[in-house]
Structure formats: structure tokens, C-alpha cells
Design a binder for this molecule. Structure first.
Ligand code: PMP
Length: 443
């Protein structure tokens, strides 16, 4: 049993010693002391089904024994920087990662976070092309350092960064966007930015295939092929940010960009790839990678043995346990059930996403699409009381993000009414709970 400080004591310390800008979910924040696969446990041993851990970094399950084992073995052996000396862990993981990539994407740079990966990717694009201009999408989140904060396009995440050389294109958002699901029409804005806002030459384009922080927005079909076409005609490189949508999460595909049938020039990733261990990566072609030989690129912990051993273990678990397939099967089922809820409850404006990257947007008026922000918060709190954790996102904070570890089972996604009634305190069936809670607003 847990014998550490209480939630209140931790909160008091946070208030005194940590950043005043830190925020937490829930009016009574959760003190998470243990994790096991798709479950989290609080200080009283109460179990919660983690419907959001995937995005927060866990890919194959909290404390997956194979990953823990790989980490412990490595830390007992050596943990160091791999910049100066040889070690097999970084080479083995790079090889395994490259084998998951299409085309000639086979050179890997390791970083410690998604921000660093995107910073590096944008710098590579600028070096390679000799241009500055980068196009990203409105509603995007790509990180919180200088270049990536510029590429991020939601005011809530922006400080007074110098917004140089980044243009934000119309977001191809099928639910709220002006052109509905017509990807090519939105892509025309990329061409317009190039024609009217640049010299006609650009460094590149960066986007996710499914926006995570932005509220699980699947870019309208046909968008990436058309946008990539315009960018490449202008000499730019196409960067796919796979920090959230990558690593099998979308079910049908291993990478988010594959859902749009494109092959980027640079791919970035982080979060789930280390199953909670700080690890990011940039993958590109040998030709593009060459630009970094002009100077020295140094990253003390990038690709260190501990993190890359974890990364390799994650890939092995994904294969051994068929987690991509599981994301497809369980995610499709979950989406079908959520869509059925939409038919029943007016407050659900949209259900979207792929695999185990799902979004449910709440609106108080379906015609006006008025964001139901307060209701979203309230439902999230109620779900937590029932023992189910889900996230939220979107510019208006009215989109549930359901992104569990990929080991989520149908058992978790599907309500079994009798068991639910017997064990109300240990609810582990998202749909039923969700439906019951949403019901309060649907009437
Ligand atoms: N890209 C995307 C799509 C993200 O969601 C995030 C984090 N929310 C980042 C980049 C930045 O990653 P990190 O927080 O590891 O720097």
C-alpha cells in the first residue's frame, strides 16, 4: 500500500515550489501512485481505466513488464550519452525504427521530446532548402520552443515568440472548416500562401495527419496529397508530426500520414515511442540528413542507451501483442458505439478519429456548433468519479479525447451491464459510463 504524502500535501508543495503555470485535470486532482497496463491507481488503491494515457506517453500499457525489464537491464549495465562512444542500443533501435518507415526514410536522429524533434525537423528543412518559410496549420500543436511555438497555432499555447517565417494555413477540419470534407479545397490555401506570402520558394510544411491537442481532427481526405504537391513544387520538404498519431495508434496504419497515402520527407515522433520514457526521433532520407554534417549537431541525452532500449522493447511488444491490430479492432468498435450515442444524444455534435485516437465533440446547439465547454468539463469529472479517465482538447475545450494505451480491450470498451451494476465502484467500461453521464445533458 501507498504510504507517501496525500493529494492535498502534494498540491500544497506544487503550489509553493512548482511553476505557477502548471495545470491539472479535475477539481479534485488525482494522485496517481501506480500504473498497470490500461489502469491507474490512486493513493487509496482505487482503480481507474486510463482512457487518455496513450497520448500522455504510454503506448503498450503502464509499466509493461517487457519494457520495464529492458529498462532495468540497461540501467544496471550502462547509462550514458551515446554521442561520444559506441553502444548497441541506439543502433539497434534506429535500425528497427527505420524498418517501420516507407521509402528511403532511414536515417534517425534521436531527441528527448516531441518539441526537440520538431525543432530539429524544421531546422533541417530550412538548411536543406536555404529558405525560411514554413507552413503549418491553424489549430496545430508542434511544441513549445522557439520554432515549434511559432508553428503551433492556438493562442492558448503561445507566449511572445517571434513569429518569424511561419504561415498558418486554413485547417482542413471536416466538422468546423468552411469546405467540409473537401481536402483539395483547403489545400488551395497552401498554394495561396506560397503564391502571395512568400518568394515562391519555401522550406517546408509541417502537420499531423490527425490533430491531437487540436481535438482529434482528421485532416479532410485528399488534403495532404494536394498540400504536399504544392509545397514540393515550391521546393519545400514535407514534415509529418507523428508524436500522437504514429506508432500504430490509428489501427489501419502504423503512421498517421499513411491514412492520407503520402510519404513525407521528414517524420517526427515522441510520446508513446518510449512508453513513458523521454524519447523523441526525427527520421529522414540519407540525402536530407547530410545537411547536418555542415556543423556539429550535439544532443547529450538524445538516443541514450536507457531510452533507446525502452524504444526497442516497445516495438517488440507492439509486434508480439499485435497492438496495432488491437487498436483497429477495439477502436472501431468503440467508435461505432460512440456514434450510436451521437444518434441518441443531441449534445454530441461529432464523433471522429481512427483506431484508438478518438474524439467526441460536445455542442449545446448542433446547428450553430456552439461549444459545450462547461458540460465537457462536467462530464469528464463525472467519468473520473465513475473510475474512467478521458482527456479533453480542441481550441474550445469541448472535445473528449479517447486515446488509451493500445492494450485497451473490448472488455474495457464494451459495457457488460450486469457486471457494471455489481461493481459500480470499479467501472471499467467506458461506453456505458459515458452514455449514462452524457444522458444528463441529452434530455
Ligand atoms: N507534436 C505534437 C503533435 C504534440 O501533441 C506534442 C505534445 N503535446 C508535441 C509535438 C510536443 O511534444 P513534447 O511535449 O514531448 O515536447
Amino acid at each position: 500500500p501507498y504510504t507517501g504524502p496525500s493529494a492535498e500535501e502534494i498540491l500544497a508543495k506544487r503550489k509553493e515550489y512548482l511553476s505557477p503555470s502548471l495545470f491539472h485535470f479535475f477539481s479534485k486532482p488525482l494522485n496517481v501512485v501506480d500504473g498497470k497496463m490500461q489502469y491507474l491507481f490512486d493513493e487509496n488503491g482505487r482503480r481507474y481505466l486510463d482512457g487518455f494515457g496513450g497520448i500522455a506517453t504510454v503506448c503498450c500499457g503502464h509499466c509493461h513488464p517487457d519494457v520495464v525489464d529492458a529498462i532495468v537491464k540497461q540501467i544496471n549495465r550502462i547509462q550514458h550519452s551515446t554521442v561520444l562512444y559506441l553502444n548497441h542500443a541506439i543502433a539497434d533501435f534506429a535500425e528497427a525504427l527505420a524498418s517501420k518507415m516507407p521509402g528511403n526514410l532511414k536515417v534517425v536522429f534521436f531527441t528527448n521530446s516531441g518539441t526537440e524533434a520538431n525543432e530539429l525537423a524544421m531546422m533541417i528543412a530550412r538548411l536543406y532548402t536555404g529558405c525560411q518559410d514554413i507552413i503549418s496549420l491553424r489549430n496545430a500543436y508542434h511544441g513549445n520552443a522557439a520554432a515549434t511555438m511559432g508553428a503551433t497555432a492556438q493562442s492558448v499555447w503561445k507566449f511572445n515568440v517571434i513569429q518569424s517565417g511561419v504561415h498558418h494555413a486554413l485547417n482542413p477540419d471536416p466538422y468546423r472548416g468552411v469546405f467540409g470534407s473537401d481536402g483539395e479545397k483547403y489545400a488551395k490555401d497552401v498554394q495561396d500562401i506560397i503564391d502571395f506570402g512568400t518568394t515562391g520558394h519555401v522550406a517546408g510544411f509541417i502537420s499531423e495527419a490527425i490533430q491531437g491537442v487540436g481535438g482529434i481532427i482528421e485532416l479532410a481526405p485528399g488534403y495532404l496529397p494536394a498540400a504536399y504537391g504544392s509545397v514540393r513544387k515550391a521546393g519545400g520538404l514535407c514534415i509529418s508530426d507523428e508524436v500522437q498519431a504514429g506508432f500504430g495508434r490509428t489501427g489501419n496504419h502504423f503512421w498517421g500520414f499513411e491514412t492520407q497515402g503520402v510519404v513525407p520527407d521528414i517524420v517526427t515522433m515522441a510520446k508513446g515511442i518510449g512508453n513513458g520514457i523521454p524519447l523523441g526521433a526525427v527520421v529522414t532520407t540519407p540525402e536530407i540528413a547530410e545537411v547536418l554534417t555542415r556543423r556539429s549537431y550535439f544532443n547529450t541525452f538524445g538516443g541514450n542507451p536507457l531510452c533507446t532500449a525502452a524504444g526497442l522493447a516497445v516495438l517488440k511488444v507492439m509486434e508480439k501483442e499485435n497492438l496495432q491490430e488491437n487498436a483497429l479492432v477495439v477502436g472501431s468498435y468503440l467508435k461505432k458505439r460512440l456514434t450510436e450515442l451521437k444518434d441518441k444524444y443531441e449534445i454530441i455534435g461529432d464523433v471522429r478519429g481512427k483506431g484508438l485516437m478518438l474524439g467526441v465533440e460536445l455542442v449545446t446547439d448542433r446547428q450553430q456548433k456552439t461549444p459545450a465547454k462547461a458540460e465537457t468539463l462536467h462530464v469528464m469529472e463525472q467519468m473520473k468519479e465513475l473510475g474512467v479517465l478521458i482527456g479533453k482538447g480542441g481550441f474550445y475545450g469541448n472535445v473528449f479525447r479517447i486515446t488509451p494505451p493500445l492494450c485497451f480491450t473490448k472488455e474495457d470498451a464494451v459495457p457488460k451491464k450486469s457486471r457494471y451494476e455489481i461493481r459500480k465502484k470499479l467501472v471499467s467500461r467506458l461506453i456505458l459510463d459515458f452514455g449514462q453521464v452524457v444522458c444528463a445533458f441529452g434530455a
